[in-house]
Design a protein around this ligand. Structure first.
Ligand code: RP5
Length: 182
């Protein structure tokens, strides 16, 4: 599927100025090839009606953009950054080095090494610069973690997460009942 229509596609050299109005979450990725992994994060934010922006920032191919994006993230109103990258996945850590916002890292599985390269790159941050790392290719959990982070200051999101957990429980219990019928 494609990104939400109201999300603007940004030129690689410009910092996003519009996406959803007043985005709270920045969803960034090292390449458009990461989009299938990162879209589920955006879908979660859609589900919880959280405004976000979605764009490409490459630590290696667009280093100036990385600095500009990271340094302006908080002052532009973002509260959380979700950053996905594969291979030598320096994007989340470098963003975390340049902003005080919480950064969630998504290791993206590439064509070799099964994504363990990206996982290790993202999770093994040096003392002082934390990145909250989710499982390989788990954009969904990145989105959910961002919702939980925002929930610390937005109580309606706590209730919404509780509702989400209840829906998971209901789904599993439905499967339990089906097995009992066998
Ligand atoms: C990383 O290199 C990106 O995050 C992507 O996962 C990987 C491959 O990028 P492409 O060559 O597909 O653009 O920086």
């Amino acid at each position: 599927s494609s990104p939400p229509e109201e999300i603007t596609k940004y030129a690689p050299t410009s910092i996003p100025s519009h996406s959803h109005a007043s985005p709270l979450v920045g969803v960034i990725m090292g390449s458009d090839s990461d989009l299938p992994v990162m879209l589920p994060a955006a879908r979660i934010l859609d589900r919880f009606e959280i405004p976000y922006e979605l764009t490409i920032v490459s630590a290696h191919r667009t280093p100036s953009r990385l600095v500009e994006y990271s340094r302006s993230a908080a002052s532009r109103g973002l509260r959380v950054v979700i950053a996905g990258a594969g291979g030598a996945a320096h994007l989340p850590g470098m963003v975390a080095a340049m902003t005080a916002l919480p950064v969630i890292g998504v290791p993206v599985k590439g064509s070799s090494l099964d994504g363990v390269d990206a996982l290790h790159s993202i999770v093994q941050m040096p003392r002082g610069i934390p990145v909250a790392t989710v499982a390989i290719n788990n954009g969904t959990n990145a989105g959910l973690l961002a919702v939980r982070m925002l929930g610390t200051g937005m109580p309606h999101l706590v209730a919404a997460i509780e509702g989400y957990l209840k829906s998971l429980e209901t789904e599993v219990m439905g499967k339990v009942e089906k097995l009992e019928e066998i």
